[in-house]
Write a protein of this length. Structure first.
Length: 156
């Protein structure tokens, strides 16, 4: 016969912790960043496609040591990565933080090395620094790490 005063079994504790992890509320900063990435990527996609026909944009792109087709490919790949990262952040995928920040840092470094207008990159760097700060704050780390703990317990 089971004694009601015995401590609960570890399986019950694990189940309770797993339910807590599933219910953990997404930090507001992660939600804001994810939607910011999704919305700005959509807007950028439209403006990127429309601005390519602008002679001033073409002239500026021609000044870069990177060939224009490669610039376009990098731009569209970057937009895809940003949209995918935003969606994955909403789905609590830890890898999305690293993908977005990693790609952004690489893009920033390429821009610094090749852009004829380096000062124009400062606002983008500030935005990246703020996003990185909020994506790797302790609250966000806890939010994403509990997802990993849950998945590793399930063997996913």
């Amino acid at each position: 016969m089971h004694n009601p005063y015995d401590p609960p079994s570890t399986k019950v504790e694990e189940l309770g912790n797993e339910k807590e992890n599933e219910k953990m509320k997404r930090p507001t900063s992660v939600s804001v960043i994810a939607w910011y990435l999704i919305v700005t990527s959509g807007i950028t996609l439209v403006t990127f496609a429309m601005s390519f026909n602008n002679p001033m944009v073409r002239e500026l792109m021609a000044k870069s040591p990177i060939p224009i087709p490669l610039q376009l490919a990098m731009g569209y790949v970057g937009l895809l990565i940003t949209i995918v990262s935003g969606i994955a952040l909403l789905k609590r995928q830890n890898w999305a933080r690293f993908l977005y920040v990693g790609w952004s840092v690489i893009g920033f470094m390429i821009g610094i090395l090749t852009s004829p207008m380096k000062a124009a990159m400062i606002p983008g760097f500030v935005v990246l620094a703020v996003i990185t700060f909020f994506l790797f704050r302790p609250k966000a780390n806890e939010y994403f790490s509990t997802r990993e703990t849950k998945n590793s317990a399930k063997g996913v």
